[in-house]
Design a binder for this molecule. Structure first.
Ligand SMILES: Nc1ncnc2c1ncn2[C@@H]1O[C@H](COP(=O)(O)OP(=O)(O)OP(=O)(O)O)[C@@H](O)[C@H]1O
Length: 719
């Protein structure tokens, strides 16, 4: 391209001479960067026009000799920018041409190609370029020449690339990914998944789980500046993992990628070739690992082999697999938003699976999906409701296998057990940890780098093939057998190199006793048991003592009340005697009134109509004399005294008024004296009946009230 323009003496006045179109922004950006390096001694101007950048900024600067762009943004300038002209175009370059001319870009590319001058040179580049005539005609090729660097090679992919695959169900993939990263901490790894949402979720999750190397993400929904920054950062990293969608699968030239891991099966062979092409570039070596589900294994491997792609099954040491489901669940509950991301990742994976099913029903067998198990593996305790999937099944008259999950798990469990016994194929690496993960068949001591709590936590993540519940003592025993050195702090730098602790940091760990002693722990628990029993005995004794004291106090209280009652009875009698003594005094009128008062008991009896029963049972009920009857008696006496006092005051006043009527008073006195004996008798009888009745009726609180009422009525009538 540079040569062509140079030979034609192209300069700034000639305008746009060459147009390079790429399907992704990253690729356009990379080409622009390379062009700046390669063409730095030329005077041609070059421009980069990609989506996600400032349109107005591009508007003014689009008048250049070489333009690198993505289809969408180029079409936007073609239609909106009057300054943009393609009249003099000499060369059109379509990088990843098969993709540019595919369905996804069909409309935009048709419009662009329709605007370009027909007299031009057209170059189409792709690792998977077909000789599809229709596409070549669309691109404006006349008498096309096909050039291929691998035309005579036996395999489609580079010889320096080692390709292998593993088989895991959807629900086991996340465990496998984490385990893989933990065993390849010193490598540069590119992980491909199907959708942006999956990239986002796995990136956020693994940022919390910390697999031991720098975690990065690249997908189409990211801000463009961030996309470029991530791409640059990953290019410059020696050890890191980049989770990406197919946006990073084509054309990108990332230096020294060690592994390309395809966590989700690619939709077609083309995608597979482009993805694995990110490693083993030019003369360097690289490895590619494909994760297939049990239902995908046979059809996908057959297809790959039919397309001259040499791929072998790799066997993973089951003992080295880490079960992170508990950790994923806890992170989902801890971090808000992560659960939503998991749900979105789940839905998008299913949707994408269905989409791929339409293209390749054998590899993407929708009925083999175990949605529940997959949801659990993403940390979702409840499988998200997804009406799209139901509709899809209905529309395609498909039925899910009911027992897929159980059979899958059993099958994978068996596979893990079997594979652990047999030796593995494949990867030859200097890294011990990788060998253990992919090759190891003998048990090795577990390497740890944290405190005992973390180690226990970490160890609990390991898959227990028998699916038994791991007790703490079981784990402790295991750790002891494996000679794990506890409480030894190990620190690594960003590159994974071991750092030496300074003295202060080492001192901070001095007080901690290393190791787990089960004997000591048992002794401690026994001592705790004895102490607990002692405490319990003391507690029961104290409880009994308090109960006794309470009972005693209650009895004493009852006794005191009975005594008080006796005293009051005596006082009543004294009071009556006093009445007798006062006969000679002026208060005789008071006594007369009292004696003339209606008997409240009679009134009460009349009202209640229960006198007969109370009389008959009086003796028995007297024995059951209780607190409430004492209280009632007290109240009654108090009321009576108050009334008497009132009456006495009134009488005194009346006496003063009636001083002159002394004769009449004297007569009354005499009369009262005569009646006294008889009345007293009657009074005593009434008192006894009243007492019996009160005892019998101690449940009724209306006695004193009725008594009061009658007394008050009487007083009102007499005053
Ligand atoms: N002749 C060469 N001498 C040295 N290095 C080269 C040469 N040709 C290519 N390379 C290097 O090989 C790598 C791959 O080159 P390039 O990106 O052009 O391949 P590609 O076929 O376009 O790849 P893709 O199919 O991914 O787009 C680059 O890092 C490039 O620098």
């Amino acid at each position: 391209m540079l040569e062509l323009l140079y030979l034609k003496n192209w300069n700034s006045i000639d305008g746009l001479g060459a147009l390079i179109i790429t399907p992704t922004r990253e690729l356009a950006y990379q080409i622009y960067e390379v062009l700046n390096k390669v063409g730095k001694h030329h005077s041609f101007s070059a421009g980069l026009v990609i989506g996600g950048k400032d349109l107005k900024f591009e508007w003014k600067r689009i008048r250049c000799n070489i333009l690198i762009c993505t289809p969408g943004r180029l079409l936007q300038h073609m239609t909106e920018n009057p300054d943009f002209s393609v009249e003099n175009l000499q060369m059109l370059v379509l990088d990843e041409a098969d993709l540019c001319l595919s369905l996804g870009f069909e409309d935009a590319m048709n419009d662009i190609l329709g605007e370009l001058p027909t007299e031009r040179q057209t170059l189409l580049f792709s690792a998977t370029q077909t000789r599809n005539l229709e596409n070549l005609v669309r691109a404006g090729c006349k008498n096309p020449i096909f050039c291929s660097v691998h035309e005579f090679s036996k395999t489609v992919t580079p010889k320096t690339l080692q390709e292998s695959y593993v088989v895991y169900s959807e629900s086991e993939k996340i465990n496998f990914l984490f385990s893989f990263l933990r065993h390849h901490k010193k490598k540069k790894i590119l992980v491909f998944v199907s959708t942006c949402k999956q990239v986002k979720f796995i990136f956020d999750l693994f940022t919390h789980l910390k697999p031991g190397l720098t975690v990065m993400a690249l997908h189409g929904n990211m801000n463009q500046l961030r996309r470029m920054a991530v791409f640059d950062e990953f290019c410059n990293k020696k050890r890191a993992v980049l989770f990406a969608t197919n946006v990073a699968s084509r054309g990108l030239d990332i230096p020294s990628v060690d592994w390309v891991l395809q966590l989700d099966c690619p939709e077609d062979i083309k995608t597979y070739i482009h993805r694995v092409g990110r490693t083993a570039r030019h003369t360097s070596t690289g490895e590619a690992l494909l994760v297939l589900t049990p239902s995908q294994e046979e059809p996908m491997v057959n297809t790959l082999k039919a397309n001259n792609i040499p791929i072998e099954k790799i066997i993973v040491n089951a003992r080295e697999l880490i079960d992170i489901r508990a950790a994923v669940e806890s992170n989902l509950s801890k971090f808000t938003g992560l659960k939503d991301e998991a749900e979105r990742a789940f839905k998008n994976y299913i949707k994408n699976f269905c989409y791929n099913f339409m293209k390749n029903k054998k590899v993407f067998d929708v009925t083999s999906l175990d949605l529940d198990a997959y949801a659990r593996s993403l940390g979702l305790t409840v499988t998200p409701k997804y009406s799209f999937f139901k509709r899809f099944l209905l529309k395609n008259s498909l039925k899910m296998k009911n027992d897929t999950s159980a059979t899958d798990l059993k099958a994978s469990g068996k596979r893990i057990k079997n594979t652990a016994k047999t030796s593995s194929l494949g990867v030859t690496e200097d890294d011990d940890s990788e060998d253990e993960f992919l090759h190891r068949s003998e048990s090795q001591p577990v390497k740890t780098d944290g405190n005992p709590e973390d180690i226990l936590k970490d160890y609990s993540l390991y898959i227990n093939p028998s699916k038994e519940v791991l007790s703490k003592s079981y784990i402790a025993n295991k750790l002891q057998k494996k000679n794990v050195e506890l409480n030894k702090r190990v620190v690594f730098d960003d590159e994974g190199n071991l750092l030496k602790l300074n003295k202060n940091e080492e001192d901070s760990l001095e007080g901690i006793k290393p190791g787990i002693s089960l004997v000591e722990r048992q002794q401690f628990l026994k001592a705790q048991d004895v102490e607990d029993k002692k405490q319990n005995t003391l507690r029961i004794k104290e409880m009994h003592r308090l109960e006794k004291e309470k009972l005693k106090a209650l009895k004493q209280k009852l006794k005191n009340k009975v005594d008080d009652e006796d005293m009051l009875e005596e006082r009543d009698e004294d009071y009556d005697d006093d009445d007798e003594d006062d006969e000679n005094e002026d208060s005789s009128f008071t006594n007369q009134i009292i004696n003339d008062l209606p008997d409240p008991d009679k009134i009460y009896d009349n009202k209640s109509g229960s006198s007969s029963s109370s009389d008959s049972d009086s003796e028995e009920e007297e024995e059951q004399f209780d607190e409430s009857s004492i209280e009632l008696n007290k109240k009654k006496r108090k009321d009576k005294k108050e009334v008497i006092e009132e009456v006495a005051i009134k009488n005194k006043n009346r006496d003063k008024v009636n001083e002159g009527n002394s004769t009449e008073n004297m007569e009354k006195k005499t009369k009262s004296k005569q009646n006294f004996s008889g009345k007293r008798k009657a009074k005593e009888e009434a008192k006894a009946a009243k007492k019996a009745k009160l005892s019998a009726e101690n449940d009724f609180g209306s006695i004193s009230c009725s008594e009061k009422e009658s007394l008050a009525l009487y007083l009102l009538q007499n005053t």
